[in-house]
Each structure stands twice: as structure tokens, then as C-alpha cells.
Design a protein. Structure first.
Length: 205
């Protein structure tokens, strides 16, 4: 099959993308690493000794950043529906976060410990129907929020990817009922044309 003009344009952009090139030279699995790097540099999310849960982790670039910045001190648990190559200092669960059995495995690894930081970069498999994809994205964000409500320490923080559009304001209002502070972050590594942003919530009520 002959590549379309659109796919050729995307490939050309991807190959010449600053963050793609930087990720290759610095050993990160994906350009997405720099989204978390920028948020952490600004908001000081990560410190040694923390318990961190990374939802929607594959291929593992966020877990790489977390592991490096914790310096081997702490607990990092990554979860994704897709397989992920091992990362030193990271425990990985392959499975669907919507599956109760997978959630029980996550709870088992954590034990009684509270979580200091929940990261969710989860996104649904796209159907191409904007309203359906948006609804699925917010269903995943709500699942991540439910987990954060249950397991975050009082001083813990929650970072979750969302997409601007239908559901955005409702989800922000929901976050505000759970957390004292809710901020929006749009890292430079997030493509300009993308509607994705991240909510950073802290001060669990």
C-alpha cells in the first residue's frame, strides 16, 4: 500500500522532531518523556523515597524519568495494556486498568503503603469518532481519579492527561471537589496541534 500524503508528512515531521531526536540521544523510549520532565522541573513532583504509580506507562518513557529522578530510592509501579520492556527499579503490570483483577494486582504490589504520586498518561484506542473517543478518554481519567482518591497520601499529587473539548469543564469541577488545588499544564513537548493538556491536582480533601 502506497503511503498517503498525510502519513508521509507525519513521518517527516516525526523524524525531524526536536524531542524525538533528543529522546534518541538521551536514551528515552519516547518524546513523551519531556512532558513529564518539564512538569517536574516546574512543579517538583519527584523526590527520592516516593511511591509512584504510572498508569498508561508503555513504552515506558515516563517510568524512565521517574526511576532516574528517584535515584533508586522509592517504589515505582507501571501499568499498561501493552507490553513494556523492563526498566531498572520499576515493577510492571501488563493488563487493562479497567479489569478488577489487574487493579487487585496493583493493590497487592502496593500493600498498605499510600501513594505519593499518581501519573496517568492513559488514552483510549481511537475509533475516529471524536465524541466517542472523547468520552472514552474521560472514562479513563475518571478511573485514574478514583484510584487516586483511594490511594493517594494526603500530601500526594495527581497528574492526568485530558483532552480539551466536551467533558473538560465537568472533569475539572470533579477534580476540584477532591483536591484543594487544580492547575493545567501544557508542556512544550506536547504538540501544538494536540488538544491534550494535563491537570495537576494536589491537596486531597
Amino acid at each position: 500500500m502506497k503511503p498517503s500524503k498525510t502519513s508521509k508528512a507525519w513521518l517527516n515531521e516525526h523524524v525531524h522532531d526536536h524531542y524525538v531526536q533528543r529522546a534518541r540521544s538521551e536514551g528515552y523510549r519516547a518524546r513523551a518523556a519531556y512532558k513529564l520532565v518539564e512538569i517536574d522541573d516546574r512543579d517538583r513532583l519527584l523526590r527520592p523515597g516516593m511511591a509512584v504509580v504510572d498508569l498508561g506507562a508503555a513504552p515506558g518513557s515516563w517510568s524512565q524519568v521517574v526511576s532516574q529522578r528517584l535515584g533508586g530510592r522509592g517504589q515505582v509501579i507501571a501499568l499498561d495494556l501493552l507490553p513494556m520492556a523492563p526498566i531498572a527499579g520499576v515493577e510492571f503490570i501488563e493488563g487493562d486498568f479497567e479489569d478488577d483483577a489487574v487493579l487487585r494486582r496493583l493493590e497487592g504490589l502496593l500493600g498498605p503503603r499510600s501513594v505519593d504520586l499518581v501519573l496517568s498518561d492513559m488514552a483510549p484506542n481511537l475509533s475516529g469518532v471524536a465524541s466517542v473517543d472523547q468520552a472514552r478518554a474521560y472514562a479513563l481519567a475518571e478511573l485514574a481519579l478514583e484510584f487516586a482518591e483511594q490511594r493517594l497520601a494526603p500530601s500526594g499529587r495527581f497528574v492526568v492527561k485530558v483532552f480539551q473539548g466536551a467533558g473538560f469543564d465537568d472533569f475539572r469541577r470533579h477534580l476540584a471537589t477532591v483536591f484543594a488545588t487544580v492547575a493545567v499544564r501544557k508542556p512544550k513537548a506536547s504538540r501544538d496541534r494536540s488538544s491534550e493538556v494535563y491537570f495537576l491536582a494536589s491537596g486531597r480533601k
